[in-house]
Design a protein around this ligand. Structure first.
Ligand SMILES: Cc1cc2nc3c(=O)[nH]c(=O)nc-3n(C[C@H](O)[C@H](O)[C@H](O)COP(=O)(O)OP(=O)(O)OC[C@H]3O[C@@H](n4cnc5c(N)ncnc54)[C@H](O)[C@@H]3O)c2cc1C
Length: 367
């Protein structure tokens, strides 16, 4: 629950609330132009280091602290700002030479990485590699690499012949790496479809042992699922604030919309969804900080919160009426942003299958 925070976390919440209101909100009007000012403010407030390991100068915050920050920022509709420093992702715990060639420059902001997991439907074979001497020769495609255009390297899932799946660091300027297509999605992010043709990657760029690739890739995705859910929780709070003001304002009918019973029923449903999502996300964050296995709970949070924010924002637009569809209206841009969350980091129905498997086949998961 978001209540009963320690004094430190309550102070963090209040500080982030003030930062969002006084500093970040004015900068959010033009995120690209104000990027360095946003990053500077986040660094000064200690937020930037929260996602970075202590060994690299970060503060490595726990799940509850990160949930508090994400929920609070999103309650100002500001969680999409670049306030967190790059985290290690699948490179966490990588040995040499990957640690100094990729992890350290990534965390210092000197190199940019991206994540390659999704494959095109028409690929003859999933991305694969064959070890030849000191090189892993990679062929295949990754069709949905967010930030791939600017990336210096991709952490890609590769099926290594005879050894199984592995996460492999592939330099984007290596011979044989080609961008087939660049595209933008409706949430405002940019992606690239990569093709690998006989790309000779040093075998030292295989992270961990071949065969460990899938758990590593899924672990990386799992870490961001709770982040998505916390953001959705804050976005629901922002949306409810917006709708509440609308329902209390004068309406041309002479009666504020909030006085109508039918409208109140819709409004209550929105509040129920937000309350349920916020409760489960904070509970899961506390379990994570207690060292519990929360794979199934994190899946439940991601599916529920991303679907609930969809329903809440959709109903908010219905209650606010046609002007909410104006290009540039805050609900219009939020609607586009949050729609992607039901696909990115795991499509809802695929996650449902994993959750059912967790209980029926593995005996895991709480209620
Ligand atoms: C904004 C955004 C950013 C992304 N960034 C990245 C990235 O950086 N790197 C990356 O690798 N990918 C990225 N993705 C891709 C994302 O991970 C995939 O879109 C997602 O995993 C779904 O895969 P798919 O698009 O191939 O759809 P499919 O796997 O074809 O699934 C489509 C739908 O079919 C149904 N379905 C599929 N399989 C089953 C099944 N077994 N049982 C029941 N129903 C099923 C589900 O309804 C599912 O939603 C991003 C996506 C978005 C929207």
């Amino acid at each position: 629950m978001p209540e009963a925070l320690t004094p430190d976390l309550a102070r963090l919440r209040d500080d982030v609330d003030a930062l969002a209101r006084d500093v970040l909100a004015p900068l959010a009007a033009d995120v690209s132009a104000n990027r360095s000012a946003i990053v500077a403010a986040a660094k000064a407030a200690g937020l930037f280091a929260m996602t970075q390991p202590k060994a690299h100068g970060g503060s490595e915050a726990g799940a509850l602290a990160l949930t508090v920050v994400r929920d609070t920022l999103a309650s100002h509709n500001l969680a999409h700002l670049p306030v967190f420093g790059p985290g290690p992702g699948v490179l966490a715990g990588a040995g040499e030479p990957v640690a100094s060639r990729y992890l350290a420059p990534l965390l210092a902001g000197e190199k940019r990485g991206a994540f390659g997991f999704t494959e095109p439907d028409d690929a003859p074979r999933a991305t694969w590699g064959r070890i030849t001497g000191d090189a892993l020769v990679v062929n295949g495609q990754k069709s949905y690499v967010t930030g791939g255009v600017e990336a210096d390297f991709i952490n890609a899932l590769v099926e290594v012949e005879g050894a199984g799946p592995a996460m492999v660091v592939i330099d984007t300027d290596a011979a044989g790496v080609r961008i087939k297509r660049i595209f933008d999605s409706m949430d405002g992010t940019r992606h690239a479809h990569f093709v690998f043709e006989d790309v000779a990657v040093p075998t030292a760029n295989v992270i961990g042992r071949p065969g460990e690739g899938l758990p590593r890739a899924l672990g990386q995705i799992g870490n961001t699922r709770l982040a998505f859910a916390a953001e959705c929780v804050g976005l629901m709070r922002w949306t409810l604030g917006f709708v509440t003001a609308h329902l209390e304002a004068p309406h041309r009918s002479g009666t504020p919309l909030g006085a109508r019973e039918g409208v109140r029923m819709r409004y209550a449903d929105m509040r129920i969804e937000a309350f349920a999502a916020r409760s489960m996300v904070y509970r899961t964050a506390r379990l994570a900080d207690a060292g519990e296995n929360v794979i199934n709970e994190t899946i439940a949070c991601k599916v529920f919160a991303t679907e609930a924010v969809g329903r809440v924002v959709d109903m908010a637009m219905q209650l606010v009426g046609g002007k909410s569809l104006d290009i540039g209206h805050p609900l219009e841009s939020l609607y586009r942003r949050m729609r992607a969350m039901r696909l990115a980091e795991g499509a809802s129905d695929i996650l449902r299958l994993n959750l059912a498997r967790g209980r029926l086949d593995l005996g895991k998961g709480r209620l």
